[in-house]
Design a protein around this ligand. Structure first.
Ligand code: AMP
Ligand code: TRP
Length: 350
């Protein structure tokens, strides 16, 4: 699953990833990130999964819901982690804001990262839109905080969707630069992205060239993790295809058909069957056959998760207990690493 060869760093292997508590999770978040978080528990590696609430506030309060809603959105993501199959005994689940060292390390990294590196980040340009002067400074340094999230735990591997690739490259640059500037070779591992797989880039159901996203105004463009079976079936039925005929005869026939390729990719990611196998199974069939079959595998996979999610959300105190326990365990790893950073930088009293 690793994209490149393992780093020279010889410390323990550790997985870290995070999801922002902004809006409902959709199938892209699930297949690009959450499902991988769950699958990685089968390795011997330590797994740490964060709800990155400090990243959420980089945009205006009306975008992330405002102070009355933020904590409950954080609980919702934690509940989705649990519902998808993250075991709170096996993995650490916690809220970023509960471990103060994240922002402390982010400051040091703000002084390690170069303006030119951060200015290249395309997600800032997308999110800031035309009026970048009005974007918050936090939105600009967002990827620096992300590097701090990962490196505060000396995490070696980071499962994310394809859209986070550039941010991971920045984290790698920051780790290398810190190690070099402070003359501590191998202090921070250079973290590896875990991106590959059929779910790395799930596209909108309405436009095969746009990624599935929380912010798309059309709810028909995405499958939400909380959608019921009828809604899923309806959205798949209404998903855009193309006038280029029925299902292709082979994988090459997916070229130039982004909408069909996306639906086949979703089928493959959800069922665990390869893209080749899915194409072979439905070769030459009409969408009247393929779409209901796709809806069926999706419902079979997602309905138990949705049901568990609703059950867990009925007991928010239990979710809070998981988050508190996770924060204690996260802090126990983070605090000594931050102490080492303080000493390395040369701060008074460290
Ligand atoms: P966010 O909601 O932006 O915090 O994203 C959470 C995770 O979902 C990140 O790892 C993203 O890369 C991943 N993700 C978001 N949208 C998609 C998508 N359309 N396809 C695959 N992965 C995605
Ligand atoms: N930037 C990520 C996203 O939008 C979320 C994130 C924040 C993250 N910190 C992280 C992902 C650390 C992986 C590791 O999806």
């Amino acid at each position: 699953m690793t994209d490149t060869t393992a780093p020279a760093y010889s410390g323990p292997k550790r997985i870290f990833s995070g999801i922002q508590p902004t809006g409902n999770l959709h199938l892209g978040n699930y297949l690009g990130a959450l499902k991988k978080f769950v699958d990685l528990q089968a390795t011997e590696w330590e797994t740490i999964y964060c709800v990155v609430d400090q990243h959420a506030i980089t945009q205006a309060p009306d975008v992330w819901g405002g102070p009355e809603l933020l904590a409950s959105y954080t609980r919702q993501i934690a509940a989705a982690y649990l519902a998808a199959g993250i075991d709170p005994k096996r993995s650490i689940i916690f809220a970023q804001s509960a471990v103060r060292e994240h922002t402390e390390l982010a400051w040091v990294f703000n002084c390690v990262a170069r303006m030119g590196w951060v200015e290249r980040m395309t997600q800032f340009k997308d999110k800031a839109g035309k009026d970048a002067e009005r974007a918050s400074v936090g939105l600009f340094t967002y990827p620096v905080l992300m590097a701090a999230d990962i490196l505060l735990y000396k995490a070696t591997h980071v499962p994310v969707g394809d859209d986070q690739k550039q941010h991971l490259e920045l984290s790698r640059d920051i780790a290398e630069r810190f190690n070099r500037d402070f003359n501590v070779p191998d202090f921070f591992p250079v973290p590896e992205p875990l991106i590959k797989g059929p779910g790395a880039r799930i596209m909108s159901l309405k436009d095969g060239t746009k990624k599935m996203s929380k912010s798309d105004p059309s709810d028909l463009s995405r499958i939400n993790l909380v959608d019921d079976s009828d809604t899923i079936a309806k959205k798949i039925k209404k998903a855009t295809t193309d006038p280029l005929g029925p299902m292709p005869e082979d994988v090459k026939g997916l070229e130039g058909r982004p909408e069909v390729e996306n639906l086949v990719g979703i089928y493959s990611a959800v069922s665990g069957e390869s893209v080749e196998a899915v194409v072979a199974k439905y070769a030459g069939q009409g969408f009247g056959v393929f779409k209901p079959a796709l809806a069926e595998v999706m419902v079979a996979h997602l309905a138990p998760i949705t049901a568990r999610y609703r059950e867990i959300m009925d007991d928010p105190a239990e979710v809070d207990r998981v988050l508190r326990d996770g924060a204690d365990r996260a802090r126990a790893i983070a605090a000594p690493i931050m102490d080492e950073v303080r000493r390395t930088v040369g701060f008074w009293g460290a």
